[in-house]
Design a protein around this ligand. Structure first.
Ligand code: NOJ
Length: 919
């Protein structure tokens, strides 16, 4: 039960207080500088829902919400909205439908393609993966993966990488980049696609996604933030995929979670993406509380378009579309890739959407809203100016081929091999080096000088894939160094600089000696080389990895999700072998997430450990920069590394748990994932979230918290305008059949009817049944609707982002070399059901030796709030809030209580230097 006493800032709470409630109280300023009212207007009745069922349960349901909110141009979309409306007003119904439906898998040159509007010279939209660069082409950059850029904790690099990726998509002729990823967030450490996203922490993810979206869109293409929402594992995400692996069940898994967990954890970074202006969002394969992600009126209509005020459009994941009318009414705007099953020639939309509008199942305002949302995204990022035609083909790298691949039609030039990389390779090197995390460095074993007598390099993770860097389709193997994991979240390498190559170059430049063994199982050769390196006082560098990916590829029996947290290809044995021979063994790990390091991390012969993430094409150069001290490591872990697998408290559901029915993935842990879980359980990890050391040292002092003036929270209220309709259309089906003489590309999805009898055109045996029997209540209603209290702007009620406090602290570089430090600010929300601490801000500072820099962060209303399912709004509880500043989630030397007791202790967080006294 998460029954906490709330001071409801909305004042809208319903439900009487019960005996368990603390009295409502006001939180005083307690003498904080400039603080007139730290938590303004905080004396409110407490709220509790006597019927609230907390946590996640099998069979949980998703409440309906209709009608689908229509776009209104708020939050900076007004100009794009006006242009989109003007465009859509000119369209016929068929043309509107063409904007919403893909042409079918492999129907045109991109991984997704909308229909065209030739009359207006609109050539259709090109949608292309991925979150690391342009997929399915050549002469593109492979940027570090999300998990690695997250480890930089550097806002500017988040943006730079986003801009670089967007720029490359733009110059390939892509309109919509299918990234970034904040779903999966990282509930289960083994989940296959966590590496595509940033971090299991919603604030780190939220800041990273917002900066990435801004970067991509400033470069002139639409971002698609995905996968919305609660897509936290690969197993059972698609029945067809899983049946190929021998599972027998009837429905994709249902991720079951309560409203508080939804808001405080999984929805949080999506709110940031919406606030940053993401033009599109991709809905998921799985169900959320029993309802498919792409026809879930609660998650799409209520949360995304209602509460978060999302102005862009929602597209399906590829194959996540399961219905015609109901998905449209539930808030879906675009079907991708457009066909029901790949290359089936059938569609839930296309002609069926035309019919659904003609017969009134889908109101005119809804199709107008769908088309307007798509075009608003287009105008928002300036695609109308300087459009670049598609110059590559996703289905082959051949220069000449068919424009319509699956139909083998229209032969011509399809790949122009445009080099779009500019100087992004250098940027990717810096990004990867700055995302490298130094975990252990005994007696300054690192940095290396380059003059080691003998450098011994071990592990196939140091070297080349014998098949070539792109030798495994969608990187579906673990051969050679792990520059990228597998699945659709990949791109082709223009080169992959291996660690071995870069380290060899380093050693050659010093005329030193280097030998390597890249066969992990050549035990005798490995121990012989390590022994020699030991005897001459050299260094042994051991490269190991752990891989994972998307569910459609299985690598070494891992069906997307990892089977376990062990290092791959005998990595732990390799480390044991080398470290048994050499007392200066350095371990470098390329992994998609946490791994089991318990067998070696504290071995005395292992002098240094580095987590080098999933670094992309510049892998070798980046690790050499760190090993040889050109870059002083400043990355911090974006996740926790625990001692034992059960310590994480969450795991993948690997076995069907509901007979042959939909598997139930219950998020019983609520908001307690990663460090929040370790803290709650009182389990010490090996390396905690936010941890990472440097070649220098830093000290923290002088915490100051200055209260800012913020207005009382006013729930959004009033009514929307009525839904606009744009233009007219004839309801005579005869006007919607294929034009005479029209050439149909085989398997291509069109908006046209194949005859003027709607019943037979629909090929639906039930057609003609009274439509309203099937239509959800309210779904047709285009009249003004009540506004949602927690809404009011992109990302929710704008007042959630009011700054309550400015936090500053002094960070001093106490060592001898310049270095980067990432001070982190955490908040303890204080309630018995709150995590001990939650990250709320950070900054990456470069500090000269002996110098002191001031860290500054702003804490907003949202940062101090809990979600209240009763009032359906954010509230601030009566519990004492505490602000902490430090170098990781467990090294928080500075702290200050706000309100309540002035000398609260963090309990179990190590040494507490006294905070600067504010009271
Ligand atoms: C399925 C993946 O889940 C999604 O992330 C990707 O964008 C599409 N396939 C298109 O490749």
């Amino acid at each position: 039960m998460w029954r906490i006493a709330h001071a409801v800032i909305s004042g809208l709470a319903v439900g009487a207080g019960s005996g368990i409630l603390a009295n409502a109280q006001s939180i005083p300023c307690n003498g904080i500088d400039n603080c007139t009212s730290p938590f303004p207007n905080t004396t409110y009745p407490a709220a509790v829902d006597p019927n609230a069922v907390p946590g996640a349960q099998s069979g949980q349901i998703s409440p309906p919400f209709y009608p689908s909110p229509w776009m209104d141009g708020s939050g900076g979309w007004d100009a794009a909205y006006a242009k989109a409306q003007a465009f859509v007003r000119q369209l016929t119904l068929l043309e509107k439908v063409n904007l919403t439906t893909g042409v079918g898998w492999e129907g045109d040159r991109c991984v997704g393609n909308t229909g065209k509007i030739p009359r207006l010279n609109f050539t259709g939209l090109c949608l292309e993966d991925s979150p690391v660069g342009v997929r399915d082409t050549d002469f593109n950059t492979v940027f570090p993966a999300g998990v690695t850029i997250a480890a930089t904790w550097d806002r500017e690099l988040f943006y730079q990488r986003g801009y670089g990726m967007g720029d490359e998509h733009k110059h390939k002729g892509v309109d919509i980049q299918l990234g970034p990823v904040v779903g999966p967030l990282g509930r289960a450490p083994e989940a296959g696609r966590n590496w595509e996203g940033f971090s299991p922490d919603p604030v780190l993810s939220g800041i990273a996604v917002a900066q990435t979206v801004k970067g991509i869109q400033d470069a002139g293409v639409m971002a698609c933030t995905k996968h919305y929402i609660a897509y936290e594992q690969e197993h059972f995400r698609q029945v067809t995929e899983s049946s190929g692996y021998g599972y027998n069940f009837t429905g994709e898994y249902s991720a079951n979670l309560d409203d508080k967990t939804m808001h405080e954890l999984y929805l949080w970074p999506f709110a940031d993406a919406v606030r940053a202006g993401t033009a599109s969002i991709m809905c998921v394969y799985n169900n959320i509380n029993g309802s498919y992600g792409c026809q879930n009126s609660h998650t799409l209509n209520y949360l995304l378009k209602g509460e978060l005020g999302f102005q862009g459009f929602v597209m399906t994941d590829w194959g996540a579309h399961h219905s015609g009318v109901s998905s449209a009414l539930a808030g879906l705007d675009m079907s991708m890739p457009g066909d029901t099953a790949f290359d089936s020639g059938q569609s839930f939309w296309g002609a069926n959407l035309t019919i659904a509008v003609l017969n009134g199942s889908i109101p005119e305002w809804r199709i107008d809203d769908m088309a307007t949302r798509v075009m608003a995204g287009y105008y928002l990022v300036g695609l109308d100016k300087n459009p670049i035609p598609v110059n590559f083909d996703a289905w082959t790298t051949d220069t000449y081929g068919y424009l319509h691949y699956i139909a083998s039609e229209s032969y011509g030039l399809i790949n122009e091999h445009v080099d779009v990389r500019a100087d992004h390779g250098q940027q990717a090197r810096t990004q990867a080096a700055k995302g490298t995390v130094l975990l252990k460095n005994t007696n300054n074993a690192l940095p290396l000088t380059g003059k080691e007598k003998l450098t011994a390099v071990f592990g196939d993770d140091a070297g080349d894939n014998p098949y070539g860097p792109n030798g495994c389709s969608d990187r579906g193997c673990d051969n050679g160094t792990l520059g990228m994991a597998w699945g659709s979240g990949t791109a082709n390498f223009p080169y992959l600089i291996t660690p071995l190559t870069a380290i060899q170059n380093e050693v050659f430049s010093n005329m030193g000696a280097i030998e390597d063994v890249t066969d992990n199982y050549a035990y005798d050769q490995i121990s012989a080389l390590a022994r020699r390196a030991d005897q001459v006082g050299g260094v042994s560098l051991v490269f190991v990895n752990a891989d994972s990916g998307e569910g459609y590829i299985v690598v070494d029996t891992n069906e997307g999700d990892r089977n376990n947290l062990t290092l791959w290809r005998g990595g732990a044995e390799l480390i044991a072998n080398v470290s048994s021979q050499h007392n200066n063994t350095v371990v470098v790990m390329h992994t998609v997430g946490p791994v089991d390091i318990s067998s070696f991390y504290d071995h005395p012969n292992i002098t240094a450990i580095i987590w080098a993430g999933i670094p992309g094409e510049q892998s070798g150069n980046a690790i050499a920069d760190v090993l040889y001290g050109r870059v002083n490591p400043g990355g911090k872990l974006p996740f926790t590394i625990g001692k034992n697998r059960p310590d994480y408290g969450t795991d993948v559901l690997y076995r069907l748990n509901n007979g042959t029915d939909q598997p139930q993935l219950n998020f019983q842990e609520g908001v307690f994932i990663d460090y929040r879980s370790f803290d709650k359980q009182g389990i010490d990890p090996i390396y905690e979230f936010g941890y990472g050391i440097s070649y220098t040292n830093f000290s923290y002092s002088n915490l100051k918290i200055v209260g800012q003036r913020a207005n009382n929270y006013v729930p959004n209220a009033g009514q929307t305008k009525a839904a606009p309709t744009l233009g007219n259309f004839s309801t005579d089906p005869a006007g919607y059949v294929f034009p005479a003489g029209f050439h149909e590309v085989p398997l291509y999805i069109y908006p046209y009817l194949n005859n003027s009898d709607i019943k037979s055109a629909s090929n639906d045996s039930d057609y003609g049944e009274p439509a309203n029997e099937y239509l959800p209540a309210g779904s047709q209603d285009g009249s003004p609707q009540p506004k949602i209290g927690a809404g009011g702007g992109p990302g929710g009620n704008p007042q959630l982002y009011d700054v309550f406090y400015t936090v500053t602290a002094d960070i001093t570089n106490t060592g001898k070399v310049a270095g980067d430090e990432v001070p982190q600010v955490y908040v303890g929300l204080g309630g018995p059901d709150d995590p001990k601490v939650v990250l709320r801000g950070f900054d990456r500072l470069t500090i000269a030796p002996g110098a002191t820099a001031t860290f500054s962060a702003e804490l907003t209303r949202r940062d101090f709030s809990n979600w209240d399912p009763v009032s359906q709004n954010w509230v601030i509880s009566n519990y004492t809030k505490t602000v902490y500043v430090g170098s990781s989630s467990r090294k928080l030397p500075l702290q200050q209580a706000l309100g309540g007791s002035s000398n609260a202790t963090a309990g179990g967080y190590g040494t507490h230097a006294p905070a600067h006294r504010m009271f």
